[in-house]
Design a protein around this ligand. Structure first.
Ligand code: COA
Length: 290
């Protein structure tokens, strides 16, 4: 059952965003979104990117990765002070769409792996380079890259219904999103190992204690409380905030780009991994779920 405060289409009016194409903030363009998997909304100096595949728990398909990358590119140049990423429905995102490896149009398995890896690598680089304050509103469970990418956000606000899980080893996969570098430094090596190697699920409060989440809110008031706070933050001077963010992030930026490339090199070197295919096939055969 959908929780009352989760951001679905019906409750969207609670937060009073105007859905517009990210090409323009002109309300006349409302409803003309060029995106199929996300919605981009601009209001009160905030660009909000909403993953819009609630029936698939907001899994990130090949196209969804490309759309978020493009939306971030545009948000980095638009008039907004802050950019927010969140999801419709009860999940933030269930991570990589496990159908990505079965895309028929992409050719051989090597081509599929290369295409997907390239698209996700570019997606992660876009977060590393994002020039303005970037906020995650984690409205529900965050799986895989939905958890790892959070280390690249400037603020992470979570509902107390959110959980954080990276089932990489169950899927024959490896950490990405710069988590192999950020998580050990953020949480300490042994906690990061439990999460990244041994699939430990963190509650929102545990993730907050480990530094991954900035603050946890009751799910009932999550949208209202966070949105009120962000609206106040978005009245601060845009250029000042952007330059301070860039200053803080500049220390690690080159390192993060090289970590990202290293992570995707490892992922692309194991395309035939039997553990990966067995796990994915098992998921779709419904015999077992993560
Ligand atoms: N990739 C592809 N499809 C996904 C998905 C994913 N990551 N996560 C959810 N879905 C789809 C399901 O296949 C299902 O589709 P269907 O209705 O067409 O059958 C739909 O979303 C709803 O998911 P379902 O599994 O029925 O819901 P649930 O509440 O029982 O379980 C999850 C939700 C997220 C726990 C479960 O779907 C899951 O484990 N997904 C895989 C997560 C994952 O491993 N991600 C990759 C990390 S590296």
């Amino acid at each position: 059952m959908m929780r009352a405060s989760s951001l679905d289409k019906e409750t969207q009016s609670d937060v009073q965003f105007l859905p517009v194409s990210s090409e323009s903030t002109n309300p006349a363009r409302r409803g003309q979104s060029k995106y199929e998997n996300i919605e981009v909304v601009f209001q009160d100096n905030i660009t909000k990117i909403i993953i819009n595949r609630p029936n698939k728990k907001n899994a990130l398909s090949f196209e969804a990765y490309k759309e978020v990358t493009q939306a971030l590119d545009e948000a980095g140049k638009d008039d907004s002070v802050l950019t927010v990423l969140t999801g419709y429905g009860d999940y933030f995102t269930s991570g990589n769409d496990l159908n990505n490896v079965f895309r028929k149009s992409a050719g051989s398995l090597e081509d599929v792996v290369k295409d997907t890896t390239d698209v996700v690598r570019i997606f992660v680089h876009k977060f590393i380079d994002f020039p303005k304050p970037l906020v995650a509103m984690v409205n529900g469970p965050a799986i895989g890259i939905g958890t790892t990418i959070l280390g690249l956000f400037d603020l992470v606000y979570a509902s107390d219904m959110a959980t954080f899980n990276t089932p990489f080893s169950k899927l024959g996969q490896h950490p990405e999103g710069c988590s192999s570098y950020i998580f050990p430094r953020m949480m300490g090596l042994s906690k990061a190992t439990e999460v990244l190697l041994f699939n430990k699920t963190l509650s929102a409060h545990e993730a907050c204690n480990l530094g991954l989440v900035t603050e946890v809110f009751p799910d009932r008031t999550f949208q209202q409380e966070v949105w009120a706070r962000l609206k106040a933050y978005a009245t601060l001077p845009k250029t000042c905030l952007a330059l301070s963010k860039q200053l803080i992030r500049s220390v690690d930026k080159d390192k993060l780009h090289s970590v990202c490339d290293k992570e995707f090199k490892l992922l692309s070197e194991r395309p035939h991994s039997e553990d990966a295919f067995n796990a994915i096939q098992q998921f779709f055969s419904r015999k077992s779920k993560m």
